[in-house]
Ligand binder design. Structure first.
Ligand code: GDP
Length: 454
């Protein structure tokens, strides 16, 4: 348990109905008792008022700071496992700032970023992957990423990692036994050890196979909208965003800089990289735009290619079609409110083709369905546990690599203590995911991403 009692504002900055100022640590009860004046005059009681809401004022030296509801929670059954007190005050910057200052004057220390969650981790209530899940839930932009966050928070990843570590431990303990208790490693049950190692290898591989989907769920689908100038790229973005962030204009090539926007489509989030018009040009500024568009299309998880249905396909359109080969792409034939010069049959029917008007918004709703089909959002929904965190993915990769090398060694009859070194290192990498052997440096890096007050 930590020596200090920490305090912070746990709700977002700005005015709102309510804000919460939170304390955690041994002194929480003494401090709140000194500054809280209950309306019904019954003094705050550590046992009776545990997990109860009390109504009153925060008051000190005759000054009333605010009318509040106070919720005291006795450790260890709390978020941090320490005594916690949450003061629900009015959501004004003045109230929260003054109450926080008062708590600091009364002996609290200002909490660091993520320090409440860090305490929950240090006090053994959650492992590091669960602490990271808290952050994922706070930052989730769609239902699936929030659900995955909740799964990780419930300890599902920790259980899986522990299961794999236990399998590796079976192999390790047999190796250690033979090193310590038999002469020259004789009687080593090699086949048996290989079986355990192979099983652990397969389990790590299965987890790693979910990382791509996990990334889509958590970080969003990298989407690039491409098409010649004036086909309706900015208009589409505006329709999707439902607000005018991108400039819609009649002048070709004015959307020169790339803008990234996030669009939430129920279970999925699109991270849309709007680009400068793709076309061959002698204009230096636009050349950068074309190059960038090509790069973005290269890296994109999804390309939305727009064509103007009221114009014949030209050389530039064909260049754009070439870019789509082998990619997840949706073709939009826009401007169906005008006379048509092209139709679906002019396109490769392996792609989803949607006809739209950005003016009347006809057909735009079909885009969402097409995206869901490509990314099989129903399948994503079924996936029980996904790797969504890059730190976890890297550690799993590193663990698997070491396991692979120890498997190669044992099969090649390399001395068993060499096999043991890599296997132990693979085991330790898995431990880092749940924070078993974690260094201060890694811990600081994880919690630095949190906001103050969580
Ligand atoms: P971008 O250069 O590809 O981003 O194209 P914009 O979205 O700026 O659109 C170019 C012009 O076409 C603007 O004047 C839009 O109002 C117009 N436009 C976009 N979509 C449609 C559509 O579906 N029908 C018609 N008639 N005009 C459209």
């Amino acid at each position: 348990m930590s020596e200090s009692t920490i305090a912070a504002i746990s709700t977002p900055q700005g005015s709102g109905g309510i804000s919460i100022v939170r304390m955690s640590g041994d002194k929480s009860f003494d401090i709140i008792k000194k500054i809280f004046k209950p309306i019904n005059n019954r003094a705050l009681d550590k046992e009776k008022d545990n997990r109860m809401m009390r109504y009153g004022h925060i008051e000190k030296d005759g000054r009333i700071f605010d009318e509040v509801m106070v919720n005291f929670m006795k450790g260890p059954n709390t978020y941090t496992r320490e005594d916690i007190c949450e003061i629900n005050c009015h959501g004004s910057m003045i109230s929260v700032r003054d109450i926080l200052n008062l708590l600091l004057d009364m002996g609290c220390e200002l909490a660091d970023r993520g320090e409440f969650t860090k305490r929950a981790f240090l006090n053994g209530r959650i492992d590091l992957s669960q602490a990271e899940a808290v952050l994922d839930i706070i930052n989730s932009t769609n239902e699936l990423s929030q659900k995955q966050g909740l799964k990780h928070l419930s300890g599902l990843l920790r259980e899986k990692i522990e299961e794999i570590r236990n399998i590796e431990l079976e192999a390790l303990s047999r190796i250690e036994y033979s090193i310590n208790f038999t002469e020259d490693g004789e009687d080593l049950p090699v086949d048996n050890i290989i079986d355990f190692m192979q099983k652990a290898y397969d389990e790590i591989s299965k987890l790693l196979a979910t990382a791509n989907k996990g990334k889509l769920v958590k970080d969003g689908i990298e989407t690039t909208i491409i098409g010649k100038p004036n086909v309706g790229k900015s208009s589409l973005l505006n329709v999707l965003l439902n607000e005018n962030r991108a400039i819609v204009t009649d002048i070709p090539g004015t959307t020169r800089d790339s803008i990234t926007e996030y669009i939430n489509l129920g279970n999925l989030t699109l991270k849309i990289n709007d680009t400068a018009g793709i076309r061959e040009t002698h204009d230096e500024v636009e050349k950068i735009g074309v190059q960038r568009s090509k790069e973005l299309a290269e890296d994109a998880d999804l390309i939305i290619a727009i064509f103007d249905r009221s114009r014949k396909l030209d050389h530039e359109d064909k260049m754009i079609l070439d870019m789509l080969k082998g990619k997840n792409a949706i073709i939009i034939l826009n401007k169906i409110d005008l006379d048509s010069k092209i139709s679906k049959i002019d396109f490769d029917d392996s792609f989803k083709i949607i006809e739209t008007s950005m003016v009347s918004r006809d057909g735009v709703d079909k885009l969402e369905g097409a995206i869901f089909d490509i990314f099989d959002s129903k399948e994503l929904n079924k996936e029980s546990l996904m790797i969504t965190n890059l730190r976890h993915e890297r550690l799993l990769n590193s663990s698997r690599k070491k396991l692979e090398s120890s498997l190669d060694d044992i099969k090649a009859y390399v001395p068993i203590d060499c096999v043991e070194v890599d296997l132990r290192s693979s085991y330790d990498d898995l431990g880092l995911i749940i924070g078993e052997t974690v260094s201060d440096k890694i811990m600081d890096k994880v919690f630095r991403e949190f906001c103050v007050g969580k």
